[in-house]
Design a protein around this ligand. Structure first.
Ligand code: NDP
Ligand code: 8X3
Length: 253
């Protein structure tokens, strides 16, 4: 199979699980993230496990010039075989009242979750259009559907992703490009470790008393959506742990 899936944030969590799921099913992979050591180890592992092509691309989605130069540097044959873009790279940094928020945390979330997603989309969509079809997955969140105490800027950034998914769908419908917004609830990945700046105990406590989603749950869902027949599109999916009823309501032991 010549088809490639382009995954941002493939060094951990949902992105890495998507790489494994698509790789297992014979897809070629373009894997991106900032941690080049993790990218090369994963690319080498999946290449040999599944006899597929894996292209590791190390860049920060916040750096406009690097995004465009790196995507442009791909071989023409690879660019013309990109069928799926998974806009997954993202993060929360900090959680607390807006009047105590750190500007640097806000910048990191807005620059990564909104501007980074836009840069990558702007760089990759021309290839999907030229190929005459394609599928974009944007990792939104339950935080893009609801807001919760202390979530302010992260929630705003994910509401922006939700809006961009709707907007992309309208702008790209004439080119046969599907756009799916994926909105998970609590999933145990490196997300909380990043949010709480390396405080492992606080990060772990987020998942105390209930069974959270795991990255594989999201990867399997994305793979299912990506493999529907051509005439079927799933626009928006909210995926929650069974013990989570809304952004703030959990059934805990
Ligand atoms: P992880 O922290 O495990 O993974 C995040 C990935 O994003 C990493 O691969 C990281 O790679 C990449 N990334 C972060 N910042 C940048 C950057 N500036 N440039 C390039 N890559 C970057 O978290 P998850 O897998 O949980 O999160 C994936 C997405 O899902 C995020 O958008 C998150 O907001 C969203 N989400 C997560 C939920 C959860 O509960 N876990 C629920 C709902 C949505 P590297 O550090 O190597 O650059
Ligand atoms: C991550 C889920 O609810 O912790 O997007 O913000 S939440």
């Amino acid at each position: 199979m010549e088809n490639y899936v382009f995954i941002t944030g493939a060094t951990s969590g949902f992105g890495e699980a998507c790489a494994r799921e698509f790789g297992k099913n014979g897809w070629n992979l373009i894997l991106t993230g900032r941690r080049s050591d993790r990218l090369s180890v994963l690319a080498d592992e999946l290449k040999s496990a599944y006899s597929i092509q894996c292209v590791p691309l190390c860049f920060d989605v916040r750096v406009e010039e690097d995004v465009f130069k790196t995507v442009e540097s791909l071989d023409e044959a690879v660019k013309s075989s990109i069928k799926i873009l998974i806009n997954n790279a993202g993060l929360a940094v900090g959680k607390g009242p807006i009047d105590e928020g750190l500007i640097d945390d806000w910048d990191r979330m807005i620059d990564t979750n909104i501007k980074g997603l836009l840069y990558v989309s702007r760089a990759v969509i021309p290839f999907l259009k030229a190929n005459g079809s394609g599928h974009i997955f944007n990792l939104g969140s339950i935080a893009g559907k609801e807001v919760y105490p202390g979530g302010n800027v992260y929630c705003a950034s994910k509401h922006a992703v939700d809006a961009l998914s709707k907007a992309m769908r309208i702008d790209l419908v004439n080119y046969g490009i599907k756009v799916t917004n994926i909105a998970p609830g609590a999933a145990e990945t490196e997300f909380s470790l990043v949010r709480f700046k390396g405080d492992d105990a606080v990060a772990k406590s987020v998942y105390d008393g209930f069974t959270p989603l795991v990255a594989q749950d999201i990867a399997e869902t994305i793979y299912f959506v990506a493999t529907r027949p051509n005439h079927v599109t799933i626009n928006d999916l909210t995926i929650m742990p069974t013990a989570q009823a809304s952004a703030t309501v959990f059934h805990k032991n």
